[in-house]
Design a binder for this molecule. Structure first.
Ligand SMILES: Cc1ncc(COP(=O)(O)O)c(C=O)c1O
Length: 367
């Protein structure tokens, strides 16, 4: 259902780092951070080994732990919920909108208590969550944006990540990839400094600064940190991908448009809805709802026709470890959609004929 969009430029960029003699965190990472922050409008970017690492560090930097509650949707990848649990805090789930699968701001407002320490909306599938309404619901509680799907997503004219701290992912399925990787954008100098410290053992200066000409290789550690630094190999790949972002996302939007047109009006098949606000969708995923057909049969039908698919996502509150930690939770819309959702193939190198084949296969099955 997905394939990274890698060309000669990416291969050359990576090869040039390999030839340079400096392959870990260094100048390519700094360049990638600057360019990515520039894309979003944030003041800084901190590059990391994954989006999950970014969420871990943000929760740590905000001091979230035992007795604290964090509000997030259950219709998301488990990584955020895992990090909340690992921090010793309690995930509190807010239900989503049926059409867009985006978290409902009024559901967030309903779950705020005096123990709520953070709100984490997800820009699901590349559509922006309603940040103004979420900000109102959260009040003075910090909002961290899960922007794993949102490279190229805009909300009311601004790129995601220009306001609250936001966590991006460059896993191979994502709109741009660094193999694996992530980046946190933000504009709060204290918070971003803390993330930089925590991503590399708590050491203030990374290897590039400690081993450069005439530099001082000694260090002190005030607070123990993790080992989450991105490498220059990954950053070089990311820089080459950033050059292609407009082309990548335009092709994704074209494919999504063809799906929306070609699959409209099929009884029993619900297509992704569009957020009401002014926005640019990055079309990370195209998630349909098989309302009129057993999803297992739908998957089997696609597999028989040699068409890939994905499941984004099993509802987090139904996962065993979450149920054990949180008990039974009722989320009517999430539970309803969780049985029906399926992601159709969507990647920039998909050919017109392949898109047509998916449309024809889905029509045939639902017919
Ligand atoms: C919604 C969401 N959040 C977070 C992540 C975690 O990103 P990473 O795989 O870079 O850790 C993903 C990855 O698939 C995701 O889909």
């Amino acid at each position: 259902m997905s394939r990274p969009c890698i060309g000669q430029e990416e291969i050359e960029a990576v090869a040039s780092v390999l030839r340079s003699g400096w392959i870990t965190t260094g100048p390519r990472c700094s360049e990638f951070e600057e360019r990515f922050a520039g894309l979003t409008g944030a003041r800084w970017g901190v590059s990391l080994t994954s989006g999950t690492a970014g969420m871990h560090l943000l929760l740590k930097a905000l001091g979230i732990g035992r007795g604290d509650e964090v509000i997030t949707p259950s219709m998301t990848f488990a990584s955020t919920v895992n990090q909340i649990l690992l921090a010793g805090a309690k995930p509190v789930f807010a239900d989503v909108d049926y059409d867009t699968l985006l978290v409902e701001p009024r559901e967030i407002a309903r779950h705020v208590t005096k123990r709520t320490r953070a709100v984490i909306p997800v820009h699901f599938a590349g559509a922006p969550a309603d940040l103004d309404a979420i900000g109102e619901a959260a009040g003075s509680i910090p909002v961290i944006e899960d922007a794993a799907h949102a490279v190229g997503t805009r909300y009311k004219g601004r790129h995601i990540g220009s306001g609250n701290p936001a966590v991006f992912s460059f896993h191979p399925i994502k709109n741009i990839t660094t193999g694996e990787g992530g980046l946190v954008t933000g504009s709060d100098p204290e918070l971003m400094k803390r993330l930089k410290l925590l991503r590399f053992h708590g050491i203030e200066r990374d290897a590039w600064k400690r081993y450069g000409k005439g530099s001082d290789p000694s260090y002190d550690i005030i607070e123990p940190g993790c080992k989450y630094n991105m490498t220059d190999i990954q950053a070089a790949l990311g820089l080459a991908q950033l050059d292609k972002l407009d082309a990548i996302n335009s092709r994704r939007a074209e494919i999504a448009k063809r799906y929306l047109e070609g699959l409209s009006g099929i009884p029993g098949l619900d297509l992704p809805g569009s957020p009401a606000c002014e926005h640019v969708h990055s079309w990370h995923l195209f998630v349909v709802k098989a309302r009129g057909m057993d999803r297992k049969l739908f998957m089997e039908g696609l597999a028989e026709r040699n068409i890939g698919y994905g499941l984004h996502f099993p509802a987090c509150h139904t996962l065993t470890c979450v149920r054990e930690a949180c008990g039974e939770v009722s989320l009517p819309v999430t539970e309803e959609v969780a049985k029906m959702i399926l992601s159709l193939p969507l990647y920039p190198d998909m050919e017109e004929g392949q898109v047509g084949r998916v449309i024809a296969a889905v029509k045939e099955m639902f017919g």
